[in-house]
Ligand binder design. Structure first.
Ligand SMILES: CC(C)(COP(=O)(O)OP(=O)(O)OC[C@H]1O[C@@H](n2cnc3c(N)ncnc32)[C@H](O)[C@@H]1OP(=O)(O)O)[C@@H](O)C(=O)NCCC(=O)NCCS
Length: 241
């Protein structure tokens, strides 16, 4: 489904007018998240978890992964999530948070404890794939527990964006990010950041094209394959002047 240059420019202009629900032809629109979108959003989250590849490449339980990656956004701050909708079906989303300190506190005290109990009940914690992941990473995660400094002060909001395979390269990702940034700017937020796997060249190019700049790199994951290799996350930031 190609789009003409004029159509692309129209979108950009509409965005400047801060239209939060945008129709894009072929039944596609960007609109605010609604509870009925939960299953579709979680499916895309799990299908794209590993730089666009399915979560099963490194974690065995979609239910637990979906809770960890989406519950804050859909249950505690749904007004900052937007979906790309085609005929009532979610084909892409941006989940976001205007205040990452609030996000971390909610994750620590409300979401992670509940998910841990669920993971225990479902046997996820004892799954060999989880055990390998934890063994390889627990030291790293305890050391790098949370980000501090300029990221939070200057870029307090953060976002995650994913588009279903077959719908990529049609400016949906760009529109979703722009819609979230518009909301954050309207709320008086100074800047937004996003983490991208250093190995995900396409996503890095995507964020750079949208005016995000590299702030710093963090060691986030040690490969559970025994190699000891560390995967880095690049934190990108953009000021919302
Ligand atoms: C990354 C992703 C969100 C981008 O969304 P998208 O709708 O495909 O991207 P857009 O069509 O809005 O592209 C906007 C710009 O980003 C760049 N871009 C997008 N996809 C790209 C790719 N595969 N390779 C290089 N650049 C790319 C281009 O510069 C593009 O502008 P252009 O068309 O004028 O060249 C989407 O491809 C995706 O979900 N990928 C898999 C999961 C993922 O990596 N998510 C990001 C995790 S941080």
């Amino acid at each position: 489904m190609g789009l003409s240059k004029n159509a692309r420019l129209d979108w950009t202009n509409q965005l400047g007018a801060c239209d939060i629900s945008l129709r894009m032809g072929m039944g596609l629109e960007i609109r605010p998240y609604e509870p009925r979108d939960s299953a579709g959003l979680r499916q895309i989250c799990c299908d794209t978890a590993d730089a666009g590849q399915p979560v099963e490449r490194f974690f065995p339980d979609r239910e637990v992964f979906g809770d960890l990656l989406t519950n804050y956004y859909t249950e505690y701050e749904p007004q900052s999530t937007f979906v790309a909708d085609q005929g009532g079906e979610v084909v892409g989303y941006v989940t976001g948070c205007l205040d990452t300190k609030r996000f971390l506190s909610t994750m620590k005290w409300r979401i992670v404890p509940v998910v841990l109990v669920k993971a225990l009940r479902r046997g996820t914690l004892w799954h060999p794939q989880t055990a390998r992941l934890l063994r390889a990473n627990i030291g790293l995660w305890l050391k790098n527990g949370h980000r501090t400094g300029p990221t939070f002060d200057d870029y307090p909001a953060h976002l995650h964006v994913n588009v279903r395979q077959g719908f990529r390269g049609q400016r949906l990702g760009q529109r979703l990010v722009a819609t979230f940034c518009e909301r954050a700017r309207d709320a008086g937020v100074r800047g937004v950041h996003a983490g991208v796997s250093a190995e995900n060249a396409q996503a890095r190019h995507f964020f750079e094209q949208l005016g995000f700049a590299e702030l710093h790199r963090e060691a986030r994951l040690r490969k559970p394959d025994g190699s000891g290799d560390i995967l880095f996350t690049i934190i990108y930031g953009k000021k919302l002047g």
